[in-house]
Write a protein that binds this ligand. Sequence first.
Ligand SMILES: [Zn+2]
Length: 469
Amino acid sequence: MTTRQLLASQALLPQGWARDVLLQWDDGGRLVAVQADATAVAAGVPRAIGPVLPGMPNLHSHAFQRGFAGLTEYRSVAPGEDPADGDSFWSWRSLMYRFALRLSPDTLEAIATQLYIEMLRAGYTSVCEFHYVHHEADGKPYADAAEMSLRLLRAAQRVGIGMTLLPVLYQTAGFGGKTAQADQRRFLHDTDAMLSLLARLAPACAQAGARLGLAPHSLRAVPPQSLAHAVAGLHALDAGAPVHIHIAEQQREVDDCIAWSGTRPVAWLLDHAEVDARWCLVHATHMDWDERRRLAHSGAVAGICPTTEANLGDGVFDAAPYLQQGGAWGIGSDSHASVSVTEELRLFEYGQRLALQRRNVLASEAHAQVADRLWLDAVAGGARASGRAVGGLAVGQQADFLVLDGAHPALAGLDGPRALAVHVFGNHGHETLAEVHTAGRCRVQHGRHPLLAEAGPRFAAARASLLTD
Ligand SMILES: [Zn+2]
């Protein structure tokens, strides 16, 4: 087995910055050595052209939604809504449903391919795909019930991004078993059908190097019995498999959960499921202090999607007390209103600054540089949520890493911590990122990906076929 290697003058390791770091990985793309102060043993080893960072896991994606990103930024009111209340998440959702109803396997694959290239260019090296458009437009399963899931796997494999595939269990239109609506027909499974789908997908995921998990959509969409049965079925298949759920994105969701159960959604979940490090609670936006404390101590990951949460007017995650209690978190691009690691991290910090009227809220004693703290936390939490060995530059983890462009005027002459701070807060887009590697292979160099020329026109054609007037 050959070993591949790189020498980084500076690299961000899980414990912080180190100098002259020798990275070595095997043919399978696993790191077999990460050695600091290694110049003496690294003669002749290729040198990185700038500081090296761990690749960022993207813990929440609905790939098809990239097809209408930016196209819902106008005033609209959903049927049954009071125009005086203004636009809301729920009117956006009705537009999203119209788009989802037109999706085909080919258009899904075209959009996902382009999106996953964009993710790599932004420094996301793996993605958790929260996938819910399963069936034909009339609601019947495809001849192969896994058709849409397999298209996502294929897109990820072709592009070279790591994947955690999370088929979504969706059964009801609201708390208390409210019957699903006609426009939700492509999402629906009974619990046994979902477990069959998981069994069908397990070998395909293993072959593609992907991790399979499950996403009960939300407490709105999955009744308690189904939630328990589905999670038990998943863990019978794979005891460590990740479970992701949308939990408390909107105040209305919290109010409806209290009306149904007398309890807030995060508290309800913690009371009724064995929530541990296998779980990711996406949009744990609205928590009271006790929910925050309990979630932080559970080992579960809070899935934060700052640009989507801003775009949809969800609210601000109160991060400082959660992080002080050791809560795990990571970032997702979710609806893909933006596909940018740096914008998610920046907005996460800026949301706290705006709310608290302070600066550098998420810096810590261990990491005075906010960008260091944000980056390392988001990698660790994202890896945990992914259920894959993508937790940074350490032996046994995948060689998923980024090389900053040390020759770019914005970064030239800066040490690693300052270069990362400029990369995150200086807003140079992808320009300051020179290389993106997954499983030890360089996938993007100075923004170029080998499939870019082919994927762009296919994306545009797919979108044109899906847009309603
Ligand atoms: Zn979502």
